[in-house]
Design a protein around this ligand. Structure first.
Ligand code: AMP
Ligand code: ZN
Length: 134
């Protein structure tokens, strides 16, 4: 998609440090790393969110995450990872081309975990929210 920075990277019009690539995805080092080896993995086709991606490519993402983490594992040997993505403006997504962050973690790196993202459960009890799904 024109004007999309990640489509421009896929088109090789701007350089990247590739960690993993196959026919559906490209994983490359984040330009503003929050950890050594911070990687973003993207589908090569433009899709703003997971809801906009066709099922075949969506299904290819998890195996690609595993292969990307395997590369990082062999090169950097981190102690752990946080893996996930910011979905939509409210979720903190800045680049509107779906990208999965793979953050290598080390003991004592001072970071937090997924529970540190938000702490605003609202007024409803878990039981009340559960009832909405029944
Ligand atoms: P998000 O807030 O989830 O949309 O994150 C977008 C990420 O893309 C940020 O971590 C940026 O540092 C990263 N990013 C933006 N432009 C580039 C680029 N040209 N190469 C690598 N990473 C980039
Ligand atoms: Zn794009």
């Amino acid at each position: 998609m024109k004007d999309c920075i990640f489509c421009t990277i896929v088109a090789k019009k701007i350089p990247n440090y590739t960690v993993y690539e196959d026919s559906h995805v490209l994983a490359f080092l984040d330009i503003h790393p929050r950890a050594k080896g911070h990687t973003v993995l993207i589908p090569k086709v433009h899709a703003e969110t997971i809801f906009d991606l066709n099922e075949e490519i969506a299904k290819s993402l998890l195996p690609a995450v595993e292969r990307t983490a395997d590369r990082i594992e062999h090169v950097l040997s981190p102690d752990g990872y946080n893996i996930g993505w910011n979905h939509g403006e409210a979720g903190g997504q800045e680049v509107s081309h779906l990208h999965i962050h793979i953050l290598p973690r080390w003991h004592g790196d001072g970071g937090t975990n997924i529970h540190g993202i938000v702490n605003h459960p609202g007024e409803m009890s878990v039981e009340e929210v559960g009832a909405l799904f029944s």
